[in-house]
Design a protein around this ligand. Structure first.
Ligand SMILES: [Zn+2]
Length: 491
């Protein structure tokens, strides 16, 4: 069993930084005022003038399963994000995770749709304070209007149910990144979460279909997210992707030996790719002592037993899995036995990635509302200024800090958008049919004669591998159509 670390660890309420809410833009005027002002806090000024983008929060499960409203003030023991904390932390944009628990097998897309809807519902309820955003320009526009920008990323490629049409539909609904896997290997990409498990069917990275998914994401303008994937999947994704990729919530394996963290070689590959690694705040991913303590097999057994006992004692009448808040209560108690790491551990990861991958390739991917423990001083999104303060103390400049807080991600998002525009215009010029084109026509029951006619006229731009043949056969493609594809000249 692999429960996601979903609950919240907050063990004491640190008095927050006493951050006066005076955004930098109101600071002009008052030249004549003779009153001596307290010296402005330089870290706070840097923080308040930044466009801050966090690329991973699991809050949608709270929206959906707990009917949580973002306008509610939440104790940090219950949640890391609400509109008050967003304002206090000057969080400009958040990627809400559309995470489909593998237990929803058979209904992945439905669950994803419900989570997507839950994000839109929040934006509709708070139109004065937040806005849905689908592009880099949208993020900047919302920020200019003093609104919090809500974006969405799918966590776990299984959500597309092996269907490129669903991938396109999710894009149309506004999803702007997808992690190729979650902790589970799916039918087309290997995950770091079960790569050692001999009972799982692996692909040596990605299958042909998986590689096509990456290409289609490039064409759509959906950011390829390599958080959670196996090392082989990572390197293959980088080889195939024509656009920069992101790790929406991953830290350094050199510092904390967790298989879903990134090795220094991977960090250097990210530099070449032009992508960005968004550092995960979870204690077990940023602190070796915490990781060791919390991964002690006896402790893990104890947690799993508690979850199983709970499931047995509280079955849902409709057979649905244990919900977020139910897990949260159990795991919160369990995680509280391990002391929180110092803030320094988190800053060390940012610093290490900035040094190895480069200052242009690091950002923030908190995993808020998805983890049971955060480092000391970071109880919620309201505490983001402490990161700026710590970076400033380490000698980072205002410009560098602004890159880390959001500038780097925004650059990557723009590059992904530009790549999509280029690929779409190239695709129009090339008459050759892609595998997706054929699949779409077969799926739409275009007759074999018409299909063969188009294939002979235009040619195809892919090889008919056994795997692709199986996919088309499964969709009841005519044998004559398959022969026509095999005969067709590759362009
Ligand atoms: Zn995750």
């Amino acid at each position: 069993m692999k429960p996601k670390y979903r609950s919240l660890a907050c063990f004491f309420l640190l008095s927050s930084l006493a951050l006066a809410q005076h955004p930098a833009h109101h600071k002009k005027s008052a030249k004549a005022a003779p009153v001596a002002r307290p010296k402005a806090d330089p870290a706070l000024a840097i923080h308040q003038s930044a466009l801050i983008i966090d690329t991973h929060a699991d809050t949608p499960q709270r929206f959906l399963d707990e009917n949580f409203d973002l306008g509610q003030d939440t104790p940090v023991s219950d949640g890391h994000i609400d509109l008050g904390k967003i304002k206090q932390g000057n969080l400009g944009a958040e990627f809400f995770s559309i995470w489909v628990e593998p237990e929803f097998k058979g209904h992945y897309a439905k669950r994803a749709m419900d989570l997507i809807d839950s994000v839109y519902q929040q934006a509709a309820r708070h139109p004065d304070k937040m806005a849905m955003a689908f592009s880099a320009d949208d993020i900047v526009r919302a920020h200019d209007q003093h609104k919090f920008a809500a974006l969405m990323g799918i966590e776990g490629g299984h959500a597309i149910e092996n269907d490129p049409r669903l991938l396109r539909d999710f894009y149309r609904l506004g999803v702007r990144y997808m992690t190729l896997t979650w902790s589970n290997t799916n039918e087309w990409a290997d995950s770091s979460g079960d790569i050692q498990d001999p009972n799982v069917k692996h692909h040596n990275g990605m299958s042909d279909f998986g590689k096509d998914v990456v290409r289609e994401m490039n064409r759509l303008g959906m950011i390829v997210d390599i958080s959670h994937v196996s090392d082989a999947t990572f390197y293959q994704a980088l080889l195939i992707s024509q656009a920069p990729v992101i790790a929406s919530h991953s830290s350094s394996r050199e510092l904390t030996n967790q298989p879903r963290n990134m090795t220094d070689d991977m960090l250097r590959a990210m530099t070449n790719n032009g992508g960005v690694v968004m550092v995960n705040f979870y204690s077990a991913f940023i602190d070796e002592n915490y990781r060791k303590a919390s991964s002690d097999p006896e402790k893990v057994k104890q947690r799993d037993a508690e979850v199983e006992a709970y499931k047995k004692a509280h079955p849902h009448p409709d057979g649905s899995p244990v919900t977020y808040d139910e897990y949260a209560a159990i795991e919160k108690k369990w995680a509280a036995q391990f002391p929180r790491p110092p803030l320094k551990s988190l800053i060390d990861h940012i610093d290490h990635i900035a040094k190895v991958a480069g200052i242009d390739h690091v950002g923030l991917g908190s995993d808020f509302d998805g983890v049971t423990s955060l480092p000391e001083g970071i109880d919620s999104a309201a505490d983001l200024p402490r990161i700026t303060q710590a970076l400033l103390q380490r000698g980072y400049t205002r410009e560098q800090i602004h890159k880390i807080l959001g500038g780097n991600f925004l650059r990557v998002m723009r590059e992904v958008e530009a790549t999509a525009r280029r690929l779409q215009s190239e695709r129009k010029e090339s008459a050759a049919l892609s595998f997706e084109d054929i699949e779409l026509m077969v799926g739409n029951r275009v007759g074999p004669a018409q299909l063969i006619d188009r294939i002979t006229k235009h040619g195809v731009d892919f090889a008919l591998t056994p795997e692709r043949r199986t996919v088309l056969k499964a969709q009841k493609a005519d044998d004559a159509v398959l022969d026509a594809i095999a005969r067709s000249k590759r362009k």
